[in-house]
Design a protein around this ligand. Sequence first.
Ligand code: VGL
Ligand code: ZN
Length: 205
Amino acid sequence: MSAIVLGQGDALLIVDLQVDFLPGGSLGVPHGDQVIAPVNRLINLYHERGLPVYASRDWHPASHCSFAAQGGPWPPHCVAGTDGAGFSPSLQLPADAIVVSKADTAEVDAYSAFNGTGLGDAMRARGIRRLAVCGLATDYCVLNTVLDGLKEDIEILIVAEAARAVDVAPGDGDRAMTRMLAEGAVPVRLAGAGLVADLELGARL
Ligand code: VGL
Ligand code: ZN
């Protein structure tokens, strides 16, 4: 069991933990609420060490291209400023968390928190070299955020227990996780008061 020692250069990114992506929301991710407790533990872990906590959010205009009325694949969700676009009220975001809004123009969709947000440059400017990623949904925004983070040359820790998939097709979430690992993301899990490498995750998928 290899412990991950967190320090300068580490940061946490919580992807799209928004009301519309939780069960009962307009694009509810099955069991999405199960990530809240482990995500709050991750927040504690990073925040108590003074490490940055980022939270991305899908932040669409009402006529966004990804909505069915515009010919897109999804029901309306995460319309900027609505209750559904808010972070889960159970999420214990620190006051100094950095909020990253994405896909906030009508014509462009963005699953990745790095797409069109300047997040890669912002993280480089802060000296962030390793990023733990968790949140919703494993097979869309988590997947694309992880792949882009790796392309930005940031080491990625993926916390499977703190992520859930939409699974439009059964197995999408597991396939997304397999792809992230194949591209170099390091699987980790919460253990006691810290993080450890989860070297058996690949075999469980
Ligand atoms: C997402 C579908 C549509 C996500 C965003 O956050 O994973 N999924 N928009
Ligand atoms: Zn969206």
